[in-house]
Ligand binder design. Structure first.
Ligand code: MG
Length: 201
């Protein structure tokens, strides 16, 4: 399986990192070794500024290429919550030099994933999600604020890359990204229910 991540998909987050609001989806990838299903996350030693990015995640349920936007809803069946961990210091350096982001984004365990729920149980254009750290709210988002819809993302990415069953698409983070530190306890909530827990070690 592969992990596809959408960048700059919420206007307020694009602004907080001083990025332009994109006119087409921005995406990058993480390898399967980035996936973390356990609750313990160990801070890597190559960054001094590891940032949390809470994101809604689509689980691909049908293989496809060149998927038309109007049919894209048939290609995912579940939605969950994940974190797109980002070594912001490494990413900033890479961006300055016009280099790829892999060191900052694709390292082992950089994609914690929580529970999923059938998309049929959700109002897809009104999914509320939140990241709390040590019981304090840090990021709040809602799918109604997506710049590019789930369907648009699936259609766009599948022009370049064949989607396969089990692939995950991290759909972008809302504003409020920030640093995580040793000892932090992270909790991701989807429509008020706990979907993801992480202890930073
Ligand atoms: Mg992200």
């Amino acid at each position: 399986m592969k992990i596809i991540c959408i960048g700059r998909n919420y206007a307020e987050h694009a602004k907080e990192l001083k990025n332009e609001i994109p006119t087409e989806p921005v995406f990058f990838m993480k390898p399967d070794t980035a996936l973390l299903k356990e609750e313990d996350f160990y801070l890597p030693d190559f960054t001094q500024d590891l940032h949390h990015e809470i994101e809604l995640v689509l689980k691909i349920s049908k293989a496809g290429k060149h998927i038309e936007e109007q049919f894209a809803h048939k290609y995912y069946n579940e939605i969950g919550l994940g974190i797109d961990f980002t070594a912001r210091d490494l990413q900033t350096k890479a961006k300055e030099k016009g280099l790829p982001w892999e060191k900052a984004k694709a390292f082992d365990n950089s994609a914690p994933i929580g529970n999923f729920v059938s998309k049929e149980t959700l109002k897809l254009n009104d999914i509320h999600f939140e990241l709390k750290i040590n019981d304090q709210s840090k990021q709040i988002g809602n799918s109604k604020d997506l710049i590019f819809s789930f369907e648009k993302i699936i259609s766009y990415v599948s022009k370049f890359i064949t989607l396969k069953v089990g692939d995950l698409i991290y759909t972008g983070t809302p504003e409020g990204v920030g640093q995580v530190k040793e000892g932090d306890k992270l909790e991701g909530l989807l429509n008020g229910k706990s979907f993801l827990k992480l202890n930073v070690k």
